[in-house]
Design a protein around this ligand. Sequence first.
Ligand SMILES: O=C(O)CCC(=O)C(=O)O
Length: 243
Amino acid sequence: MYNHFHQNSYLYLPLFFSEGELAIIEPILINFHEKWLKDYQDVYKSHLINSHSLTGSSSISTAERMQLFKFIASERLLAIVENLFPAKAKFLNTQLFFDPYNKEQKNYWHRDIQYTGLSIEEQQEKIKTENVIHFRIPLTEESGIELIPGSHHQWDLPIEEDTRLSQHGRQPSDALERGQIISLNRGDLLIFSANSIHRGLYGNNRFSLDIIYCDDIPAFKVFIDERNQPTDEELSQLNNNVF
Ligand SMILES: O=C(O)CCC(=O)C(=O)O
């Protein structure tokens, strides 16, 4: 099954989580989101489709933070993480995805790396060796993610690059022929490479937690906010080390 990821940029595991597992994290996510909507009403109404950094947030309690760390470092998830990454992986961050306030707002094809300030040539090199992988955990049925299989280690076709970079008359939400849709249900796990060309599909009041892991290498240090990582005291209560 890991070959599927390496060839296609994603791995879809239907009904991976039990209701019992979801019940541990769901109330934490809902509370966080309700507070977030109040605190960030302006940016939510203007455009945002996700929040982030749940483990470092003052909106959750110390006990809830530990529950999230236990989930992020759970044996079931780390068994997969260890097989996907070439060497040691590290927890990077969390994100919560929801629908835009403006139902007309369009989605956008992208590679996460395009927002890092690297040149195109540097990006072309880095996607061959550096790994950032999203573990998407939908709490409701959603249209899911559309991505271009294999694009995490292959550069774009000209029309794909024009689309995600809004060049030559193309818009980032334009349809791409090689796109493959992976629609999701509650309980599913979708693992996909942030290096791939992908976009979120909005609708149905989606509510998804993404846990993001990356290679444990110095190049990613700059993207890691220590406030999202466990303290030494917290680490001593966690069995698995992905921190
Ligand atoms: O679900 C979305 O809206 C976008 C997801 C995405 O692009 C990402 O997780 O990098």
